[in-house]
Design a protein around this ligand. Structure first.
Ligand code: SF4
Ligand code: SF4
Length: 67
């Protein structure tokens, strides 16, 4: 299972999670969600340390963390 799951349709592409991630695990998608935003995407699965920073900064509760 993924450590970080992002609900693309809740995401508004603000990139706060991308800035908060110390391991550069997140990027913005090249595609758009239903609302017309480019959602964040979890990459770098091996680099993620499950710190939860991305979850904590997301204003739209679009991120779930599994440890
Ligand atoms: S849990 Fe931490 S390391 Fe993993 S994607 Fe989120 S901010 Fe990055
Ligand atoms: S902080 Fe939340 S709303 Fe902003 S880009 Fe990341 S997942 Fe999307």
């Amino acid at each position: 299972m993924e450590k970080v799951i992002i609900d693309a349709d809740k995401c508004k592409g603000c990139a706060l999670c991308i800035e908060a991630c110390p391991k550069k695990c997140l990027i913005l998608s090249d595609t758009f969600n239903k609302a017309g935003y480019r959602p964040a995407v979890f990459t770098q699965k091996d680099a993620c340390i499950s710190c939860g920073f991305c979850f904590q900064v997301c204003p739209d509760i679009a991120i779930e963390i599994y440890t």
